[in-house]
Design a protein around this ligand. Structure first.
Ligand SMILES: [Zn+2]
Length: 187
């Protein structure tokens, strides 16, 4: 099982985008099998999701559509309409959880909420809604691509100064600093 997931996108939709790793250097697919997607969804908070091959293809399609939109925003280009359509199609599939009042053995009431329909669809729909809110509001001003030469992870900069450069300080930030230090000491 892959355990190389990263969760520093700052938004669920960006964490999904980052399941295609190393976008600056040709890319590496981490959602290669339905089991990979099931693991990612479980860790993302969707424990009941049991994707098959068709759902995997849909998840990858949604991911690349979100990425196309995010990349367009970062490059100050018009959003690609085909990608917008994919995101909107998934956002439209969001259904409210079914809520009911349950009575425990001791007679006390308890709220029970279950997601409506296929948990994979519910998960992808929620991620698409997150993308809509990220792209359609001023939140998009924080969209960044990691400054590391070989990383390419997308993240939402929510720092006060708005000058966050790396997806993760402990990984890419420190590597970049070490590289700069080596360059300086060679002079
Ligand atoms: Zn990075």
């Amino acid at each position: 099982m892959v355990s190389d997931w990263r969760w520093d996108g700052g938004r669920p939709s960006l964490d999904l985008v980052n399941t295609y790793r190393d976008r600056k250097t040709g890319g590496r697919e981490l959602l290669a099998t339905p089991a990979n997607l099931a693991e990612w969804l479980r860790l993302a908070g969707y424990p009941d999701a049991q994707p098959g091959a068709a759902r995997l293809r849909q998840a990858v399609e949604l991911r690349e559509a979100v990425n196309d939109c995010v990349t367009a925003v970062i490059n100050v280009e018009p959003l690609p309409t085909a990608a917008v359509d994919v995101v909107n199609r998934w956002a439209a599939r969001r259904r409210p959880a079914l809520v009911r009042l349950r009575v425990r053995a001791d007679g006390a009431p308890l709220v029970e909420a279950t997601p409506a329909g296929d948990p994979v669809v519910a998960a992808l729909a929620e991620i698409a809604v997150d993308a809509v809110q990220l792209l359609g509001t001023q939140d998009r001003a924080g969209l960044r691509i990691c400054g590391s030469l070989d990383c390419g992870q997308r993240f939402a900069d929510r720092s006060q100064a708005g000058r966050r450069q790396w997806c993760s300080m402990s990984r890419c930030g420190n590597r970049a600093k070490a590289r700069a230090h080596r360059t300086r000491s060679r002079k």
